[in-house]
Design a protein around this ligand. Structure first.
Ligand SMILES: [Zn+2]
Length: 129
């Protein structure tokens, strides 16, 4: 069984593939959705036939999400709290909610990014032999 099963003959460049993945689209053709639910990738792209079910991103996406969200939320929180503008009660509700919302937005894109890189490079993480 061939490793590359796509109906598209020419593979996109790495930058284009990653940009398509960040838009939550198929890295190969960019036309169809990469996920069938919040974090579950499609088995294969309905447009180009590229298979994604065998690619596992494991813990990379949550780690990347924590890295990004932490670097946005923590400095913002420290700056706002140091200025003393917000009452502590408001901050106790706002910052966890902001971190949860931002994490929810970043996590699928982080998974798509990792998945796009693994797909492009045929890197370990692919369970296909
Ligand atoms: Zn496709």
């Amino acid at each position: 069984m061939p490793l590359h099963t796509s109906r598209i003959k020419e593979k996109p460049g790495k930058k284009l593939a990653v940009l398509r993945a960040l838009k939550l689209k198929c890295p190969n053709c960019g036309k169809e959705k990469l996920f069938r639910s919040y974090l579950k990738q499609v088995n294969a792209c309905p447009n180009c036939g590229e298979e994604y079910a065998h690619i596992r991103t494991d813990d990379a996406a949550p780690w990347l999400t924590i890295l990004v969200v932490g670097h946005v939320i923590v400095p913002s929180m420290v700056a706002v709290q140091a200025s003393g503008v917000w009452p502590i009660g408001f901050s106790a509700i706002f910052w966890p909610a902001a971190a949860t919302l931002l994490g929810g937005l970043v996590l699928p894109r982080a998974k798509a990014l990792i998945l796009g890189v693994i797909w492009y490079d045929r890197a370990p993480g692919s369970e296909k032999t």
